[in-house]
Structures are given as structure tokens and as C-alpha cells.
Design a protein around this ligand. Structure first.
Ligand SMILES: [Zn+2]
Length: 519
């Protein structure tokens, strides 16, 4: 905190480029700027801790002495096909955030005061200033990217709505927004859990990665070795010995741990660690690649001065491992000896639809969380309209509606972790866009001419060199420089997503013929 204030004092002072960039990064290092007044500073810290605590301890008690936590509820949301039960747990979880409302109002006041003391218009403007362009220009960039992918999202939405209506009947309107409780996820942010309800006939790829891994008796360490093996095949050095000694791969039997997968760089040099409770599934196989993306990025920029040891922007850090995971193609599985031969591309619609339910369905959600917070921090949305504005945005971007009546007693944004925990969310939207842009560029470097969803850069030194070159830059340069080093483009570009999903778009257009699109 103090260093951010000190850096603000140097505003306008002439310095060489690297020093000026370091001062700027210092000033932008916060997501919460506490006000200078000690009492107010203590208050905002107390509120932040209290809200996060409320979320962490949140439970829904359907009966007096039977309570379920978010882990239980998540499982029900993912697997239950009983609309009544889904509605019950959806509504139940959304009661945990009601008591946060008045805290959040005060939190916004105090956080804004701190941000203004640092010279920002408000906390939202402070967050948007981290992207090497004026805050308003950055917001316009997001709108532009969303406009590029929105037609694909509309097609997916229309198809899923129609299939859910087949399953659930009139609970799902023919032409309006989809009720939020039927998409397999508490926030309707990813829809892959309802894949079995919407799967195309005859699109079974003929293999199941989870089954293959289990049949081969893969253990958790071997799962991580596969991930490491992908990176070393590109020319990255193997992970240090300490990584294997100090990481956690298996849920310990004797104590409670946070199982949410995370990658760590303890000393900002080479004490890299992974913390994860690995299940032997295709999903965790992909997650390992995602997390190791963080570790290899951390390793690549460790020679930079301390303030430059970070990703080009926060979206980049999340995107790297996912970029690699896009290379986990049937052809890659053949190279690992998991499959004898890759299935014919005529089977790709199933794989692509499954991926779209995860990656395309997420985009509007990834965008709207901060659209809401930016308006709240800017005072455009007043406390008496918090919940109303939330649902207007969910309807506008996602085409989703609340499955039960809402009032301003409810504080539904607080039922999503990142709001009470005050974690900016735009990075996940950016990562979702960037990973496809990275993948397209690397696939081209690797000389892949087939469909983009079948390109794997495994073992390709030229692609590896490009990737390493960008990662090594850390945040020493504005992010468009890093983007250009890898892709040759200085602008983020969602057309790579359209390229990747082109076969699916064509198929969706056929399915949606004569059916309503939009809401
Ligand atoms: Zn991550």
C-alpha cells in the first residue's frame, strides 16, 4: 500500500522508460486501495475479511439440522436433472449473500476513497488502468471482442435452449432467456455438465480420456509428468527437483486442505509448486496442463527485475496453460500411446460442442461480472438497484434469467466468490480470448494446416521458441509487444475462436434452422 502511494507521488517526474514502467506497475499493483485515514483503512480491511468469511462459511440448510456446503451444491447442480431440486439448491445458495449487501455498499465507498487518493476516478477505473491503455479505451476493446464472438454464442444459446426445453418442458421458454438453474453450474458460467442432455447423435469420438488414464493405472505424479513432458517437448527445461518434493498432488488423509488447484512461485526464483488434489480424469489431465502453464511462465520471467516478474497482463497468465491444453488433441493422445489412431474429423462435432459449452458459454459471464462492478464503483448503479442491475446484465449478455422472483433484499452478485473476495474478473474473459489467438499463431508456426481444433504443437521446437520468447518478457513491456512477439498482432482478436469452432458453427446453423435465436 505504502509503495503504491509513494509511486503516485512520482507522477509526471521524468524517468527512463523501464523506471517509468516500474513506477506505474507499483501504482497499479493493488486491487483494493485502502483510504489513508487509519480508522477507515481498518474498516475496509475488516469488511473485506468479513465478506470473504461469509462466503467461505456459506451453507444452505434445507432442513433444520441438515446443511449442505458449496461442494455438495456444486455436485447437485452438475448432476441432478430434477428441475425442482435444482431450483431449491440454486435459491438456497443465493440466500448466503443477503447479509453482505450493506457491507458491500460501505466497501464500495471506502475502496473508492482509497482509489481517489491514488489519483483514480474510482476503483473500477483503477482496475481498468492495468492494461497499458486509457481505461475507457480498454472497456471499448472488450465490447469489440464480445461483438466478434456474440453470433457464435447466440447460436449455442439457441441450440441449448431448444434441447433443454425438450428435456424440461415449459420451465424453459421457447424464445426468452434460459432460467439460470438448468445449465449444470450455479452461475451458469460453464455448461459442459449438461453435455449429455444436448449431445449430438453419432458424435461419440470413440474414446474416453478418463477411462484410458484409469486403464493405464496412471497415478497423480504420472499425470503431472505428462504435463511437464508437454512443456519440455517444446524446449522448456524440466521442473526443478524441489517441485517434485514440495508440491501437493494428492488430498492428504489427515487434515483439511483447499483442493482448488493452484500454482505457486514461492521465492519468485525457482521454488515452484503445484497444489492440487489430482483425480485420474480427463478433466484433471487438462487442469494439470493449465496449472503448469503458470509455473512455466513464472520460471520463464524469473531473470527479470522483480517488478517485471509477472505476465504481460493478467489475462496472459491464465491463458498459457489453457493454450497448451488446446493441443491435447486426439493426435497428441496417439503420440502418447493412448490411442492407436485418431478418430475421423467427422466425429469432431461432439468434442467441439463439449468445448464450446465450457469456453463459449463462459465468455459473456466472464465479461459481465466486472461490467456490473465497474458501474457500481462508478456510482452509475446505486445500492437500491444492485440486484436489478445484476440481472439486467445477465439477461443482456448471457440470455439468462433468475428462476425465482428477486428483490433488492437479495444480493446475488455476492453468491459468486470473486465479488465478496474482491478479485477482478476480466482476466478470465481475456484468457478465454487469448488462448485461441495464441493457439492459432503457434499452430501456424508449427506448420499445422488441418482444422485448428486438430492442431497440436507437441514436440514442435519452433512453436516452443516463440512461446518461450514471449513468456521471458514477463511484464517488462506493454502487453501489445508481448502479443506481437507471439502472434504478430498487436490487438486481441477473437476471430481465432471463430476459426477454431467453424465446424461447430456450421452444424449449429443446421440445427437451428427454423428455430428462434436470441431472447
Ligand atoms: Zn489459473
Amino acid at each position: 500500500m505504502k509503495s503504491a502511494k509513494d509511486a503516485a507521488r512520482f507522477e509526471g517526474v521524468k524517468a527512463d522508460e523501464a523506471t517509468a514502467r516500474k513506477l506505474k506497475l507499483l501504482k497499479l499493483s493493488l486491487t483494493l486501495a485502502a483510504p489513508a485515514d487509519p480508522a477507515e483503512s481498518a474498516e475496509v480491511t475488516r469488511i473485506a475479511t468479513a465478506m470473504e468469511g461469509m462466503y467461505g462459511k456459506g451453507k444452505y440448510c434445507p432442513e433444520k439440522d441438515r446443511c449442505i456446503d458449496l461442494e455438495d451444491i456444486t455436485r447437485i447442480m452438475a448432476t441432478s436433472r430434477d428441475a425442482k431440486q435444482l431450483l431449491d439448491v440454486w435459491a438456497g445458495w443465493h440466500t448466503i449473500s443477503r447479509p453482505m449487501k450493506k457491507d458491500y455498499v460501505r466497501f464500495v465507498e471506502l475502496a473508492n476513497k482509497g482509489a481517489r487518493e491514488l489519483g483514480f476516478k474510482d476503483t473500477g477505473a483503477m482496475w481498468r488502468s492495468k492494461y497499458d491503455m486509457p481505461p475507457d479505451a480498454f472497456a471499448a476493446e472488450l465490447d469489440r471482442l464480445w461483438a466478434q464472438v456474440r453470433p457464435l454464442y447466440l447460436s449455442l444459446h439457441a441450440y441449448v435452449r431448444w434441447k433443454l426445453r425438450e428435456k424440461y418442458g415449459d420451465v424453459v421458454p421457447a424464445t426468452g432467456p434460459i432460467p439460470a438453474h438448468l445449465l449444470g453450474n450455479m452461475w451458469a458460467q460453464t455448461w459442459d455438465n449438461v453435455y449429455p442432455l444436448v449431445a449430438p447423435a453419432g458424435a461419440d469420438p470413440g474414446y474416453d480420456l478418463s477411462q484410458i488414464l484409469k486403464a493405464r493405472k496412471t497415478d497423480p505424479i504420472q499425470m503431472v509428468r505428462y504435463g511437464e513432458g508437454f512443456f519440455t517437448s517444446l524446449g522448456f527445461a524440466p521442473l526443478p527437483q524441489t517441485f517434485w518434493q514440495r508440491s501437493m498432488f494428492v488430498k492428504p488423509k489427515d487434515r483439511e486442505v483447499v483442493c482448488h488447484a493452484s500454482a505457486w512461485d514461492i521465492d519468485y526464483v525457482d521454488d515452484l509448486r503445484l497444489k492440487m488434489c489430482i483425480d485420474i480424469t480427463g478433466e484433471d489431465f487438462v487442469t494439470v496442463h493449465h496449472e503448469l502453464g503458470h509455473n512455466f511462465y513464472q520460471r520463464a520471467y524469473d531473470h527479470q527485475p522483480p517488478l517485471f516478474r509477472d505476465s504481460a497482463n493478467d489475462g496472459f497468465h491464465e491463458a498459457i496453460g489453457d493454450t497448451i491444453a488446446l493441443s491435447v488433441t486426439p493426435e497428441y493422445l496417439v503420440k502418447l500411446g493412448f490411442l492407436d489412431k485418431a478418430p475421423d474429423t467427422s466425429k469432431d462435432v461432439g468434442l467441439l460442442l463439449n468445448k464450446a459449452l465450457e469456453k463459449i458459454a463462459f465468455l459473456p459471464f466472464g465479461l459481465l461480472i466486472d461490467q456490473w462492478r465497474w458501474k457500481v464503483f462508478a456510482g452509475e448503479v446505486k445500492p437500491e438497484d444492485y440486484n436489478k442491475a445484476w440481472w439486467e446484465l445477465r439477461r443482456k449478455y448471457q440470455g439468462i434469467a433468475p428462476p425465482a422472483a428477486r428483490t433488492e433484499e437479495d444480493f446475488d452478485p455476492g453468491a459468486k466468490y470473486h465479488v465478496p473476495a474482491n478479485v477482478p474478473y476480466t482476466r478470465y474473459f481475456l484468457a478465454d480470448i487469448l488462448q485461441f489467438q495464441f493457439h492459432r499463431a503457434l499452430a501456424k508456426t508449427a506448420g499445422c494446416t488441418g482444422p485448428l481444433n486438430r492442431c497440436s504443437i507437441y514436440g514442435n521446437a519452433a512453436a516452443g521458441k516463440k512461446l518461450i520468447g514471449m513468456l521471458e518478457m514477463g511484464c517488462s513491456r506493454p502487453w501489445p509487444d508481448a502479443l506481437e512477439a507471439l502472434t504478430g498482432q498487436r490487438q486481441m482478436d477473437a476471430t481465432a475462436i471463430l476459426d477454431y469452432f467453424a465446424p461447430l458453427q456450421k452444424w449449429l446453423d443446421e440445427q437451428n434452422k427454423g428455430k428462434p435465436v436470441g431472447w
